[in-house]
Design a protein around this ligand. Structure first.
Ligand code: CO
Length: 487
């Protein structure tokens, strides 16, 4: 069908434009010289304007000639989703899309500066602009009661703030009391290893997990991220603390989980929902699955111990898998979300979720954030960060306009727990394979049951198809309870 081919060609064109934007943004966060940031934000703004036209007026013109009822199943699923995308994209005026892109591009520069200098005021005016543009966006997109719902929807279709509260509250209540189980063990990760040796180790280790360097690379940035520039060019970043290998290693495993998802997507029909990732929830389920469910398990610690001895023998001539396991599963409040254990992590998410929701509802203001952050840290985690760099300035998300993103970390973790226990029930020798570093069967299962579905289904549909169940309320609780019994 000619119009269908025309649609696919057009979507591929958008894909190429988006991949140029991804490359610009990767460069900005890694190697771009400081003074280039103004010009970069103009480049990004121009790209946003071009892409907006492609995604709205031009796309609409092509779609109007396609009749859903005449399509084969795969084409039907793709076109159905693209029509929904068009509806959504058309609600955002071009001017707003450009403004958001320009401001967030600048804001990331000022956030980075503010974080380095522990100076929230440098960043505050940019965050104010972002919040007001996001409120405008929420009104353009539409919502029933809560404007924050319109933003959540961008990351997880159908998710409402009130639903998330219901999911997260029991976790907060349940684990609030259990937040410290300090295990007495020496932390094997604490030894001074120069940055270049850590990076070399990471490069070797992530290949063992399945990362393909012919289609990706790893660099350093202020906040670890993964950025799929194209299907064959997936870039991840990490950060290094020379006296603690865990700091680099577990953010690397997290980003590798994201990269493995992107590397396992369908390679045909680029730019269509057939070859795209489903949602941020599924994305974070993959990163958190490798970082936590696999990465903090005892069998994995046995594998990790053998690799530490092999790749870094001068630091790890002897290392006990049990000591790694206890260290990695110590439940202890941390100022930093990305360094938190699997339990207290969700208290960090609850805190951010509440602040975002209240900002978008204009119940609180940007200038109140540093104080509110400390108050909530005290009430949820019992610790108060000594400065804003270790507090409200720690995450890149708000500077990038990613308001409504944080809940997907918790949801993703709950999805991951369910996927993990399903896999363990399918493969009786699961632990044995992990211990030996044989991950191929997992890659294959994930590809077949999750990656190959692209974005043709919603997250909850994919979870149901993959595990035979909707999100089970106890999936995470059962997983973490049985884990904590071991430590
Ligand atoms: Co992530």
């Amino acid at each position: 069908m000619e119009t269908l081919q025309k649609l696919y060609k057009h979507l591929e064109k958008i894909y190429h434009f988006n991949s140029v934007v991804s490359l610009l943004s990767w460069d900005q966060e890694t190697y771009m010289p400081e003074r280039a940031f103004e010009h970069r934000s103009q480049q990004m703004g121009l790209m946003a304007s071009l892409i907006h036209q492609l995604k709205t007026t031009e796309l609409q013109e092509i779609l109007k000639d396609i009749n859903l009822n005449e399509l084969q199943r795969r084409d039907f699923l793709i076109v159905k989703r693209v029509k929904q995308d068009l509806d959504k994209w058309s609600k955002i005026p071009e001017k707003l899309a450009v403004q958001l892109t320009e401001v967030t591009s600048q804001a990331q520069y000022y956030w980075d500066k503010a974080k380095k200098n522990d100076d929230f005021d440098t960043f505050a005016p940019y965050l104010e602009k972002i919040v007001s543009l996001k409120i405008e966006e929420a009104h353009c997109l539409g919502f029933e009661q809560n404007p924050y719902d319109a933003l959540l929807e961008d990351y997880e279709k159908g998710l409402k703030a009130s639903d998330f509260e219901k999911v997260i509250r029991p976790i907060v209540e349940e684990f609030y009391q259990k937040k410290s189980n300090s295990v007495l063990t020496t932390n094997p990760f604490k030894c001074t290893i120069p940055a270049y040796e850590q990076l070399k180790f990471a490069n070797q280790f992530i290949q063992d997990l399945g990362f393909d360097f012919r289609r990706g690379r790893q660099d350093i940035s202020s906040h670890p991220f993964s950025n799929a520039i194209s299907i064959h060019d997936i870039r991840i970043t990490t950060r290094i603390m020379e006296e603690d290998l865990q700091y680099m290693l577990y953010s690397t495993i997290h980003e590798t989980g994201h990269a493995l998802y992107e590397m396992g997507l369908n390679t045909e029909l680029l730019g269509t929902p057939y070859s795209e990732t489903c949602s941020l929830t599924i994305h974070e389920s993959q990163s958190r699955f490798w970082e936590n469910n696999i990465g903090r398990s005892l069998p994995f610690c046995k594998f990790l111990a053998s690799k530490l001895q092999e790749y870094l023998p001068q630091y790890f001539s002897e290392v006990s898998p049990e000591a790694l396991f206890y260290t990695l599963n110590e439940v202890k409040p941390n100022f930093i979300r990305t360094e938190s254990d699997e339990v207290t992590y969700h208290l960090h998410i609850a805190l951010r979720f509440e602040l975002e929701r209240d900002l978008v509802n204009q119940v609180i203001q940007v200038k109140d954030l540093p104080t509110l952050w400390k108050e909530k840290m005290q009430s949820y985690l019992g610790i108060i960060p000594p400065n804003d760099s270790l507090g409200v300035l720690q995450d890149v998300h708000w500077s990038a306009g990613l308001i409504g993103y944080f809940p997907t970390y918790s949801l993703g973790s709950f999805y991951a727990a369910q996927i993990y226990s399903h896999l363990k029930s399918l493969y009786p020798d699961f632990d044995f394979h992990i211990e030996k570093g044989n991950f191929d069967f997992i890659h294959q299962w994930l590809k077949e049951n999750i990656f190959s579905k692209g974005r043709m289904f919603y997250s909850h549909e994919i979870l149901q198809q993959a595990t035979g169940n909707p999100l089970l309320p106890n999936a995470f609780k059962d997983y973490i309870t049985s884990k904590l019994e071991l430590v």
